[in-house]
Design a protein around this ligand. Structure first.
Ligand SMILES: Cc1cc2nc3c(=O)[nH]c(=O)nc-3n(C[C@H](O)[C@H](O)[C@H](O)COP(=O)(O)O)c2cc1C
Length: 135
């Protein structure tokens, strides 16, 4: 079964009683980009590496992928959305039950020129620590 069909199935299962045909628009997501990477984490609990750090590593790896994608002249976009947290979709993508699906990386050639995104003032996200005289 292809991804488009699966996306329709899981959307229909989320809303029992609705006809499958009413979820036909979910198919579009499967064709939103020529390459779609499902991002996952297989967290090892109780080991030497804190679970939070393992999760952060997925973010770092994904950022590296985005940098490589852009350096090669392509575009990439990380999106989560309701499908990401759907256990049925996770299983259909052959993730193990304890694995986490962390979204999708849509990769392709951008249709439009890159826009300059609004960036909030740096001061909202940054503080300089200058030491202190006592604790
Ligand atoms: C974990 C994660 C999940 C995201 N999920 C979505 C999403 O579901 N929908 C969306 O529009 N943007 C989502 N974004 C944001 C976009 O990927 C992108 O970072 C944002 O649009 C800012 O892009 P820009 O920095 O080029 O302006 C997500 C970002 C991250 C890091």
């Amino acid at each position: 079964m292809d991804l488009g069909e699966i996306l329709i199935d899981v959307a229909a299962a989320r809303q029992p009683g609705t006809p499958r045909s009413s979820h036909e628009n979910r198919r579009e997501k499967a064709f939103a980009a020529p390459v779609i990477v499902a991002l996952g984490a297989s967290i090892v609990a109780g080991g030497p590496i804190p679970e939070l750090e393992q999760m952060l590593s997925v973010g770092a790896a994904t950022m590296n992928m985005l940098n490589a994608i852009h350096a090669l002249g392509y575009g990439g976009f990380w999106a989560t959305g309701i499908d990401t947290y759907d256990e049925k979709l996770k299983a259909a993508l052959d993730f193990e039950p304890d694995d986490k699906l962390l979204g999708f990386l849509f990769i392709g050639t951008p249709k439009n020129q890159e826009r300059t995104a609004f960036r909030p003032p740096r001061a909202q996200h940054f503080r300089e620590w200058l030491g202190r005289t006592s604790i």
